[in-house]
Design a protein around this ligand. Structure first.
Ligand SMILES: Cc1cc2nc3c(=O)[nH]c(=O)nc-3n(C[C@H](O)[C@H](O)[C@H](O)COP(=O)(O)O)c2cc1C
Length: 207
């Protein structure tokens, strides 16, 4: 069993990393392989809506998106971490997630998702909600903790002093481990839920 932890911060060892690392330690204790992928300091452009991925099966731009997508396909869980920038996620991370989720056709049903956010002061729960949207459009159950998954601190030293934030991360990782293991058992016993042929509608109607 494997979990990917994506760090959307440009700081490889900052506040967001402190939260992700706290989770990584618990995953290891739980016997789940964990890999932190550093994204926020990479040059990752946004989606250009060319729909080239529909033919190619992956994004037309060869960068960390396609590399991580291959790992995501194999993984049982995905944690997405971001610093809060103007009450929203870091723009590089959003470019990465838009392209990774849009360009990949593999089934994400029952891969467990979780988002974690770090900030000096405000905008945490708005960012948390924003990131969870990627999971809930993809059939991915969202793991939760004892509080909305956030840590306070402008840097790693400050984040390390947020004892409640760190505990929230450990609880989240334990709950996520339980879900991943339970889903693995469920898949063996019941298989994945049946899928209907997808119906697509839009809001343009003739009067
Ligand atoms: C462009 C920018 C915008 C920011 N906006 C916010 C904000 O809206 N609310 C907040 O509390 N902190 C804000 N911050 C501070 C970061 O969220 C905070 O330093 C974060 O913990 C850094 O995480 P990191 O060490 O993982 O990069 C902002 C920082 C930057 C660089």
């Amino acid at each position: 069993m494997k979990v990917l932890l994506v760090n959307g911060s440009p700081h490889a060892n900052g506040s967001t990393y402190t939260a992700l690392h706290e989770m990584e330690k618990v995953f290891t204790e739980e016997g789940i392989e964990a890999e932190i992928i550093q994204i926020g300091n990479q040059d990752i452009r946004g989606c250009i809506a060319c729909n080239g991925c529909r033919k190619k099966g992956s994004c037309v731009f060869e960068d960390a998106v396609n590399e991580t997508a291959a790992k995501f396909e194999e993984a049982d869980g995905l944690v997405v971490g971001s610093p809060v920038y103007y009450a929203s996620a870091n723009a590089t991370l959003i470019a990465f997630l838009d392209r990774m989720f849009y360009s990949t056709g593999f089934d994400k049903t029952m891969k467990v998702g979780a988002s974690v956010v770090s900030a000096r002061r405000g905008g945490l729960s708005a960012t948390f909600d924003e990131l969870n949207k990627y999971f809930t459009i993809a059939g991915m159950p969202v793991a939760s903790s004892q509080y909305w998954n956030s840590i306070h601190g402008n840097n790693a030293d400050e984040a390390a002093q947020d004892l409640e934030g760190l505990q929230t991360m450990r609880t989240l990782a334990r709950n996520m481990s339980f879900l991943i293991k339970s889903i693995a058992l469920g898949k063996e016993k019941y298989g994945l839920p049946e899928k209907e042929t997808k119906v697509g509608t839009n809001f343009i109607r003739e009067i």
